[in-house]
Design a protein around this ligand. Structure first.
Ligand code: ATP
Length: 364
């Protein structure tokens, strides 16, 4: 078992808080990714779990046992850093075997464990090589091998593939996923890359400025962001955010965009509390795939002008001008022919979100 629980954890550096009232429980075998912009406190949180950083208040427990007073080496946790931190004078084999040297196990037992880890990482052919002769991806595999060989209760990873090139990162992502499935170790993984987070995590914990914003499965944080920060941090291209006002009409509702006369009709009634807000205090959020376009005039659609077209192969991203506002749409490739063309747009009601402009909180 390895459940990691953080309760009311706070950390200050001088007068500045880096982690504020953090409550997060990572279940046994779970893969949780801490995601957020640079400086939001992810690494400090990870280091606090590992025991490499003290906390000022709160409680960190592993399997119910408080660990604040335990040394890092007594927490049965392995740490993988972005920079491989391999011993340059040792071969890959000896780097992986290193944590086992102190365990007084027989040479044969150590060998069996190193070979098993090397097999699972597909690096058997590299065992005799020293780090200086290895590529970045292979060095990181060795570093992961060294962390795995101890069979730790939990793995903590701080941007472990952040320094690799894009293609290698993609390969390593699937390998990390496979390894987690094979090894079942509770994992806390830090990254600022949302694609990496979404593809690896059972649950994503999104932080900003030391404060946990939302924890949920990748689907939950994508579809039900609790605030504007999460809405805009998750998803690429980012969610459209526009000031709107809600106007109730006979058959349904209208959304007035900004301070102009662009009006989207909604068939459904929107919650009453939304219509009491002015466009200065209400934000509409809609992802590019929720902005539906057709090339010809169609009932229920409003005319908009194509401002920028980005052809991405499988689909196009089209920036549309609506009065003074811009709206980004993800459309079938080639549907919008030229910049300056008029096309017709409507919003997919199921994909609309509403936020309070001031607090940023979701009003859905
Ligand atoms: P990054 O992705 O850039 O590593 P992060 O989200 O992991 O960022 P942390 O490294 O946890 O963020 O740092 C959070 C804040 O704490 C930053 O503003 C950083 O400058 C500050 N900080 C971190 N370590 C120390 C320290 N030892 N002394 C003072 N301030 C620190």
């Amino acid at each position: 078992m390895a459940e990691i629980a953080l309760q009311d954890v706070e950390k200050y550096f001088g007068d500045n808080y880096v982690i504020r009232k953090l409550n997060l429980t990572i279940a046994h075998k779970e893969f949780v990714v801490l995601l957020g912009p640079s400086g939001c406190g992810k690494t400090t949180t990870l280091r606090a779990i590992a025991g490499l950083e003290t906390i000022d208040t709160g409680d960190i427990r592993i399997d119910g046992r408080p660990v604040q007073d335990l040394r890092p080496s007594d927490r049965d946790i392995a740490f993988v850093f972005q920079l491989y931190a391999l011993y340059p004078h040792l071969t890959a084999y000896d780097n992986i075997a290193f944590p086992l040297r102190a365990t007084r196990e027989s040479k044969a037992a150590v060998d069996a464990q190193v070979q098993a880890v090397a097999k699972s990482l597909k690096i058997e052919h590299l065992l005799k090589v020293r780090p200086s002769a290895l590529s970045g991806g292979d060095m990181q595999r060795i570093a992961i091998g060294r962390a795995l060989v101890r069979r730790p209760k939990a793995m903590l990873m701080d941007e472990p593939i952040g320094s690799l090139d894009a293609k290698l990162r993609e390969d390593m992502r699937s390998e990390l996923k496979r390894l987690h499935i094979e090894n079942d170790s509770t994992t806390v993984y830090v990254t600022h890359d949302q694609v990496e987070a979404m593809s690896l995590a059972d649950r994503v914990a999104i932080m900003n400025d030391g404060v946990l914003q939302q924890v949920g499965t990748p689907g939950e944080v994508y579809q039900y962001p609790t605030n504007l920060f999460v809405a805009q941090f998750i998803g690429s291209p980012v969610m459209n955010i526009l000031p709107v006002a809600v106007r109730t009409t006979g058959p349904g509702t209208e959304l007035v965009v900004g301070n102009n006369d662009a009006v989207f009709a909604f068939s459904a009634d929107l919650p009453k509390h939304l219509s009491q807000k002015s466009y200065e205090s209400l934000m509409l959020g809609v992802r590019p795939e929720g902005v539906l376009l057709v090339p010809e005039e169609t009932p229920g659609y409003i005319p908009v002008k194509a401002h920028i077209i980005e052809p991405l192969g499988a689909y196009d991203i089209v920036d549309l001008k609506i009065g003074d506002e811009y709206l980004r749409s993800r459309t079938p490739s080639g549907m919008v022919k030229r910049v300056g063309d008029t096309v017709w747009a409507r919003l997919d009601e199921a994909q609309t979100h509403f936020f309070d402009t001031k607090s940023g909180d979701s009003l859905n």
